[in-house]
Design a protein around this ligand. Structure first.
Ligand SMILES: C[S@@+](CC[C@H](N)C(=O)[O-])C[C@H]1O[C@@H](n2cnc3c(N)ncnc32)[C@H](O)[C@@H]1O
Length: 407
């Protein structure tokens, strides 16, 4: 099989990796390491023996299942931070059979997540330490397992039952809810039933924030300008729809202190808004906090900007159109709807395609530029600007009412 390898292609990839590494010296941002890892993955892929693929997959599956179980039963926590522990002692600490812990532990040793000392003692490595002390990296890996691995492991049965079409048609049924045996509930209702899983999921997902900027793409100073010189002093200026903890609003208001927070509104579901109020962040204190259901309507009419970040990718096109339709109905002629999301790249890259399939497991969807244009158009909005981040696939998609003259 090695004769099928395109050595020139491999050499080109290797020199691209070399260039990336040279350019990255002195920088420590996640984006550069992600780029280097992606290049290294392309080299691995170009030199991969197709005959070994099934074996490689089986190793990945074994590794992920072993990690997930050790995390669930707190086995990583019970391994001393310094020094080692026998499988027998570890099994006693987590209340399990020694043979079970040994077999699962051996999987982790074989891929370098744990280190074997002597015949039957294990100790931590840097790769196992990310599963300690609620480290967000480990929690994110477990969250992906719970959503994607569990959901997609049932794809053949799910698509066999519901037909070969994109998931996301129904408000509840998705590969995730099907796999968890509760097709009448949506992902959030199911996740909320397990307090630990939900809490860990939120911490893990917060990590993705680090890689997804909300600043540096769109110039929000126009809002401050309107606050100063605009004719209507009562008009709401900025509505953060599906705000979660309000972190985007905090960043935007901190960078643009001339935008008066009292003319901003944060909107989300009841428990989320309760949490925002409890957090009582000083930047957001003067802002209005409002419970909404973005499928039912937009109570703030004629705001200057409606900002909706990382919400549409949770939903199929039809549901996203409904959300945007309510924003469009609330818009004045000069209102802007700003959609902040990742744009799918062409040709596709695995980190994005994997995320897209993960979103399909819960009924959502990642989109490229033309998919956003289509969803916006269906909702009576027109895209008037795509403001891309220079380092990540994130963009702000600026829309106005299709019948507006204010381009
Ligand atoms: C992935 S989070 C994005 C949060 C935030 N905008 C960000 O950029 O991180 C999606 C948000 O949509 C909210 N959401 C979900 N369904 C909603 C609904 N029907 N009405 C209003 N908000 C909703 C969730 O509570 C959550 O805060």
């Amino acid at each position: 099989m090695s004769s099928d390898i395109d050595f020139q292609h491999v050499a080109n990839l290797a020199s691209e990796l070399n260039e990336l590494a040279k350019d990255s010296q002195g920088f420590s941002d996640g984006f550069r390491t992600t780029q280097m890892r992606e290049k290294a993955r392309q080299i691995l892929s170009a030199t991969r023996d197709p005959e070994a693929q099934a074996e490689e997959y089986s190793i990945w599956m074994g590794e992920m299942a072993a990690v997930r179980l050790f995390h669930e039963i707190y086995a990583f926590q019970k391994i001393p931070k310094e020094g080692s522990i026998t499988y027998k002692e570890l099994a006693e600490k987590v209340g399990a059979e020694t043979r079970l812990i040994e077999r699962v532990g051996n999987m982790l040793v074989s891929v370098g997540i744990l280190s074997l000392e002597g015949d039957d003692q294990v100790s931590h490595t840097p790769r196992s330490r990310v599963y300690l002390d609620m480290h967000p990296t480990g929690l994110m890996a477990c969250a992906f397992y719970d959503v994607m691995n569990v959901g997609s492991s049932r794809w053949p049965d799910y698509f066999g039952k519901y037909g070969l079409k994109e998931a996301g048609e129904s408000f509840t049924t998705s590969p995730f809810s099907f796999a968890y045996g509760q097709p009448d509930k949506n992902v959030w209702a199911i996740m909320s039933e397990n307090k630990r899983r939900m809490e860990e999921f939120s911490i893990g997902m917060n990590l993705s924030e680090k890689f997804l900027p909300c600043l540096g793409m769109y110039d929000f100073s126009g809002i401050a300008e309107y606050a100063k010189n605009g004719p209507d002093k009562d008009r709401k200026l900025f509505v953060d729809v599906g705000c979660a903890k309000g972190h985007s609003s905090i960043d935007i208001l901190t960078e643009n202190p001339e935008i008066p927070a009292e003319r901003c509104v944060l909107q989300d579901r009841p428990d989320v808004i309760e949490h925002v109020k409890e957090m009582d962040n000083p930047v957001l204190r003067p802002a209005e906090k409002q419970v909404i259901d973005f499928f039912k309507g937009q109570p703030v009419k004629g705001a200057l900007v409606y900002y909706i970040r990382r919400c549409l990718h949770d939903w199929s096109d039809d549901f996203s159109v409904t959300i945007l339709l309510h924003l469009r109905e609330a818009c004045a002629a000069d209102s802007r709807v700003l959609i902040c999301e990742q744009l799918l790249a062409s040709p596709p890259v695995p980190s994005q395609t994997a995320l897209d399939l993960c979103m399909m497991d819960i009924g959502g969807c990642e989109r490229n530029e033309s998919m956003f244009r289509e969803v916006a158009n269906r909702a009576g909005l027109e895209v008037v600007g795509i403001h891309r981040d220079k380092q990540t696939p994130v963009a702000v998609i600026e829309c106005v009412r299709s019948d507006s003259d204010c381009r």
